[in-house]
Design a protein around this ligand. Structure first.
Ligand SMILES: Cc1cc2nc3c(=O)[nH]c(=O)nc-3n(C[C@H](O)[C@H](O)[C@H](O)COP(=O)(O)OP(=O)(O)OC[C@H]3O[C@@H](n4cnc5c(N)ncnc54)[C@H](O)[C@@H]3O)c2cc1C
Ligand SMILES: Cc1cc2nc3c(=O)[nH]c(=O)nc-3n(C[C@H](O)[C@H](O)[C@H](O)COP(=O)(O)O)c2cc1C
Ligand code: SF4
Length: 651
């Protein structure tokens, strides 16, 4: 008997029976190739099916030459997609998990190119897009009909592949939203003007897709009630649209998200980072549930079964989507069902290896779970012939993951950490404003150490003598990094480094300049902290935009917060030196000076230094030595954890 009784109730979406209420929402993986399913994509979804999810909705597929970027998307516009989809479907249904496919067309929201030249974008009307900076071509009437038929043909291919249902993406500011919204639809044919005409595109799509699918397959739509974007449709208008669609009787479910691709603030809500409250979308799904009778699905920062159960128990939705939660831990449903809730590796909303990779055109993964997207390489731990004695030096993210993996494979592992606490730099990372959830990395890794029964020794700095005493077969050096300082002349200035400030070891005055070489979380976070503490803050960015090195959605949201706090942000500012109350910068392209006067304190966010002195002494040690993470070169948790995993998987 599970503690999550609602979560594990079966449900029907149209003709499809689903064994529980957790679904894997559509998400682009960049695991396809040339528009087709690969073995990597099959393995990715099979891992989630095996982990106990009820339903998988595959990533948005394109289907028409006006938006056909096969390098990034599955392409349902020709029959070549069918066999791969069929393989994927069989791999999931073997675990009693039905599979739907999502169809989408981005309209004017075109970022990609076929050959580097700027692609033509098509939309309902020629209304410029703020985020993609495209001026689209208004679709001629016959092209609109061609696209409606394109949806039906693509749906036919999905059905031929055996998929159990089709979802039409009607939101996020993409093509269908562009037809629905009077701001982007200024047509004067039968698809523009009054409410009915603007709705006609969607209704024709649903009619033709339903005619293709018949009654045996499920048909759903994905919509946003709240787009968090100027010129958006209001929630009331979206509710009215859903009610009309409901009367037409074509769809079996509604899937609710928020946000839009049309503006930066709308985009933040599509992939809500940790700064946004978990489960914030449930209010919207609850409203829709009041307005329609068919099941309502919801997704958006629902990363734990307790919250999912609560949303179902409140009657705010009928199914719970977990995209990133299942990227972080595909086994979440099974663990929830069997009561192993503490073993769930909860997603922390960092957006780094999932959204970050996707938007940079790389296969998705997770900073906490490098197996995600690499199921065929790392999914099955390598077996060992003889157990070895493994000593891990450093209890940061890299060392903890390495210790877990080596122990899981059957080696005898001891992890040494010189501090009294595990976590390494993640302890500092979680102390920045709005970043407490980053501490989840530590919680999750600690739990893994417990599960694998790793012997952990805290408060012990490893030396060569100690290594000789322990006499391991393998030493994994995961000793991380320490704060770095700028190599500039500073006379009489009060200058402090970011790490000391986060640790509360130093004080600052009321007029602070942050010299931000790193352009990462530290500069943004300390600017926020100091501004909230009442300081006047100037963030001098050694790059083209504050937070240039971090994932764009996290950065954009943070810059908005700094704007509200009146933090002055000056880009292209190379730190050149300081004296008692002045900080000197150089513009990074003009070479001209930028002078900050009346400065009490300069906070530096500079290149950390790898801590690997021990390495140079290990010549005398006869065993195997591996170095991982920031000890190799300072980077992020993602590389530390991945390198820890790979190193431990090979010892
Ligand atoms: C303020 C801040 C915010 C950050 N935010 C993010 C973020 O949002 N996302 C992200 O991905 N990355 C972030 N980072 C970077 C990230 O935390 C590091 O890249 C990551 O922690 C590196 O992991 P690691 O295990 O290699 O090393 P570390 O985390 O540095 O851990 C090394 C550990 O080894 C221990 N150690 C060193 N020498 C010895 C010895 N001789 N014996 C025993 N123990 C020893 C240290 O005490 C330390 O605990 C942030 C860093 C900082 C400072
Ligand atoms: C890498 C990635 C790609 C996504 N691609 C799509 C997509 O193709 N279609 C879509 O409707 N939503 C897409 N989404 C949005 C998710 O379906 C989901 O609504 C969002 O991630 C919020 O849910 P979560 O907090 O459970 O991750 C994507 C999300 C991620 C993380
Ligand atoms: S990379 Fe971060 S946001 Fe993405 S799934 Fe992993 S923990 Fe969640």
């Amino acid at each position: 008997m599970t503690q999550f009784s609602k979560l594990f109730e079966p449900i029907h979406l149209g003709p499809t029976r689903i064994k529980n209420r957790i679904f894997n929402p559509p998400h682009g993986t960049t695991l396809s190739s040339q528009g087709k399913v690969t073995d990597d994509l099959v393995a990715y979804h099979e891992a989630r099916a095996r982990g106990g999810v009820g339903l998988i909705v595959i990533e948005g597929m394109t289907f028409h030459h006006t938006y056909d970027y096969k390098g990034a998307f599955l392409y349902a516009g020709d029959d070549a997609v069918i066999s791969g989809l069929s393989k994927l479907h069989q791999a999931c249904t073997a675990h009693d998990v039905p599979v739907f496919g999502q169809l989408f067309h981005a309209g004017r929201a075109v970022r990609l190119s076929h050959d580097g030249s700027k692609s033509l974008a098509y939309s309902a009307s020629s209304v410029a897009d703020e985020r993609y900076r495209t001026v689209p071509v208004a679709m001629p009437n016959d092209m609109v009909w061609e696209i409606i038929d394109g949806y039906a043909q693509a749906a036919r291919r999905l059905a031929e592949a055996g998929l159990d249902g089709v979802e039409i993406l009607c939101s996020l500011g993409y093509l269908i939203s562009q037809f629905l919204n009077p701001h982007t639809n200024r047509r004067d044919d039968e698809f523009g003007g009054c409410f009915e005409n603007r709705l006609k595109f969607l209704r024709e799509i649903l009619n033709s897709v339903r005619a293709t699918l018949g009654a045996e397959k499920t048909l759903g739509i994905r919509i946003s009630l709240s787009e968090f974007t100027g010129n958006a449709m209001s929630p009331e208008e979206m509710l009215k649209i859903c009610q009309v669609i409901e009367q037409d009787g074509m769809v079996d479910y509604y899937s609710v998200i928020t946000g839009s691709s049309a503006t930066p603030e709308g985009w933040v809500r599509v992939f809500p980072p940790m700064a946004i409250e978990p489960g914030f979308v449930a209010g919207d799904s609850a409203r829709l549930k009041q307005a329609v009778s068919k099941p309502v699905l919801v997704a958006g920062r629902i990363n734990q079964p307790q919250l999912a159960e609560q949303i179902l128990a409140d009657g705010s939705a009928d199914m719970i989507g977990m995209a990133r939660a299942l990227i972080a831990d595909p086994d979440l449903p099974g663990k929830a069902k069997s009561g192993q809730v503490d073993d769930i590796r909860a997603c922390i909303g960092c957006n780094q290896a999932c959204v970050g990779h996707r938007l940079a055109h790389h296969p998705i993964s997770c900073i906490q779970n490098p197996v995600s997207g690499r199921e065929r390489e790392l999914g099955v731990p390598k077996s060992i012939r003889t157990a070895r004695k493994v000593m891990v030096v450093g209890g940061g993210p890299g060392g903890m993951k390495a210790a877990f993996v080596a122990a899981t494979r059957g080696h005898t592992v001891t992890l040494f950490e010189k501090n009294k606490q595990l976590g390494g730099q993640a302890i500092l990372a979680q102390a920045l404003p709005g970043r407490a959830e980053f501490g989840g990395v530590i919680t999750n890794l600690k739990r893994e150490l417990e599960i694998a029964d790793v012997n952990t020794v805290l408060g012990t700095e490893v030396t060569l003598d100690q290594i000789k005493t322990v006499a391991p077969d393998v030493v994994i050096i995961a000793s991380g990094a320490s704060a770095g300082l700028p190599e500039v002349e500073v006379e009489g200035a009060h200058m402090v480094d970011s790490w000391s400030l986060i640790r509360g070891e130093v004080n600052v005055g009321s007029r602070v300049v942050i010299a931000d070489w790193a352009c990462d979380w530290s500069g943004l976070g300390l600017a926020e902290k100091l501004a909230r503490d009442g300081c006047q803050v100037r963030l001098m960015v050694g790059g083209i935009v504050a937070g240039e090195s971090i994932q764009g959605i996290v950065r954009d949201h943070w810059i908005g917060e700094l704007h509200k706090l009146n933090v002055e942000i000056i880009p292209y500012a190379r730190f050149a030196g300081a004296d008692s109350d002045t900080a000197y910068f150089q513009h990074m392209t003009s070479g001209e000076p930028i002078i900050c006067e009346a400065v009490d304190t300069i906070v530096t966010c500079f290149a950390p230094k790898s801590e690997n002195l021990l390495l140079s002494e290990l010549g005398e040690f006869g065993g195997e030595v591996l170095v991982i993470g920031d000890a190799v070169a300072p980077r992020t948790v993602e590389e530390a954890v991945l390198e820890g995993f790979r190193a431990a998987n090979n010892v």
